[in-house]
Design a protein around this ligand. Structure first.
Ligand SMILES: [Fe+2]
Length: 433
């Protein structure tokens, strides 16, 4: 996809920004719904020192937050600020949990707490109860308010850990997992009973580390497996299911059906980090795929759901681990001649169909974040928020789509004072308790 250029992840809208701005003067097109009251946050890598373009991987670089506060139908401010505290600069995700905000990264890096004005705080994450690094992706259990996480750190050898963080912001449960290798475990999924562990064939590579590349590589000798860890009885052995070789950065969601089978849906790559050392794209494209895992029989099935590539899947924030009717994702280009990130997708479970909001050819979106509306009664009563970059004007905006009618024009758009580089993940932190 990108082979002709030196390092596409330092060019165009992947290029970092150097200014850290704060402004209250923001132009609005259309309407901002009056029930959107809170803070939209997005994290991403933004190297502040020029990296070596031959070796720079998209996943490396200082974390930078972009934030947009909205209240009563108006934008209050936009600002961007680097994340840095306690020698950590997490660059991958930013979440709210039990009244705090955390910037997150995987592979041993510590989370950094930030205040609602985006300033990094020196306070120890999770009230000092976190003993090691954390993860970029947690799963939120709506009933209890707990966060669930699978954490790995190649410096710890063939191990990973399962952590539960309770609503007092403390580690409530910490369980060690022994693994047959050192896989990159970017995310996890939950169901009512299980936390789902991805043991996939992208593993720690000492030779890449020595040569100063991102130290993970495709490893054809590593059996791809998905594990079910009973999170109510984590001392029980993990039930493993062998699957065809692939990599999954992001599950869309998982749940248990009435027969006790686990249904997992996520973005499946046939192969990554093999020849291409600088990013996830260029070897295979990710497609929404469904795995059915039967703990009673040990059987596994795999089915591709959509034939158009997509990444950054999200669901309703209170329905992780539950049967969801809808998922939201960012469409990728199938052909290098097409614009990448040009569609925001709504997947429907019923009929396994997809609706698409296609942006203007010059525009590219980021991860769509679903925010339920104040009076929501249905799962898709709400909004999709996304940072959109326009190549023709070199400018960025936040767009607000009606999640019930994603193909329609945005309800509202907020123009931002500077370009927001493509980044990774973010959250909506509502003002309401
Ligand atoms: Fe991610």
């Amino acid at each position: 996809m990108f082979r002709e250029r030196q390092n596409p992840y330092l060019e165009g809208n992947y290029a970092p920004v150097s200014d850290q701005l704060s402004t209250e003067h923001l132009k609005v097109k259309g309407q901002i719904p009056s029930d959107l009251n809170g803070l939209l946050l997005r994290n991403g890598p933004n190297p502040m020192q020029a990296p070596n373009p031959k070796k720079h991987h998209w996943f490396m670089g200082d974390g930078m937050l972009h934030g947009l506060r909205i209240s009563e139908g108006r934008p209050i401010w936009y600002r961007n600020q680097t994340v840095s505290a306690n020698k950590s600069s997490p660059n991958t995700h930013v979440i709210g949990h039990a009244g705090n905000i955390y910037a997150l990264v995987e592979a041993g890096g510590a989370p950094v707490m930030v205040d609602p004005e985006l300033n990094s705080l020196a306070q120890a994450p999770f009230d000092g109860t976190l003993k090691r690094g954390f993860t970029a992706h947690t799963k939120h259990e709506a009933e209890t308010g707990s966060l669930h996480a699978i954490c790995y750190d190649f410096k710890r050898g063939y191990r990973a850990s399962y952590l539960e963080i309770d609503t007092d912001n403390r580690v409530k449960q910490h369980h060690e997992l022994d693994l047959p290798g050192q896989p990159m475990i970017h995310d996890c999924a939950i169901t009512d009973q299980y936390v789902i562990v991805f043991d996939l064939p992208v593993t720690f590579s000492l030779s890449r580390m020595i040569r100063r590349y991102l130290p993970f590589a495709w490893n054809p000798k590593h059996q791809a497996r998905i594990g079910l860890l009973n999170r109510h009885q984590p001392d029980q052995a993990i039930v493993w299911f062998e699957i065809a070789p692939c990599y999954i950065f992001h599950p869309q969601n998982a749940f248990e059906d009435e027969r006790g089978q686990v249904i997992l849906e996520g973005m499946r790559y046939e192969r990554i980090f093999d020849k291409v050392k600088i990013g996830p794209f260029g070897e295979s494209l990710p497609y929404l795929t469904r795995w059915t895992l039967d703990p009673k029989t040990g059987d596994t099935t795999e089915q591709q759901i959509d034939d158009r590539p997509a990444e950054f899947p999200r669901v309703h924030p209170d329905m992780e681990g539950k049967l969801t009717q809808y998922g939201y994702a960012l469409g990728l280009a199938r052909d290098p001649a097409d614009t990448n990130f040009n569609q925001i997708i709504k997947y429907h479970r019923h009929g396994d169909r997809a609706e698409r909001h296609t942006l203007a050819p010059s525009q590219m979106a980021g991860e769509p974040i679903f925010v339920p509306s104040a009076e929501a009664t249905l799962e898709d009563d709400g909004y999709l928020l996304s940072f959109v970059f326009d190549q023709s004007t070199e400018s960025s905006r936040v767009i607000i789509l009606d999640a019930k009618d994603v193909e329609a024009e945005p309800i509202g758009e907020i123009e931002l004072p500077q370009r927001v580089p493509f980044g990774f993940h973010g959250s909506w932190i509502s003002n309401s308790p």
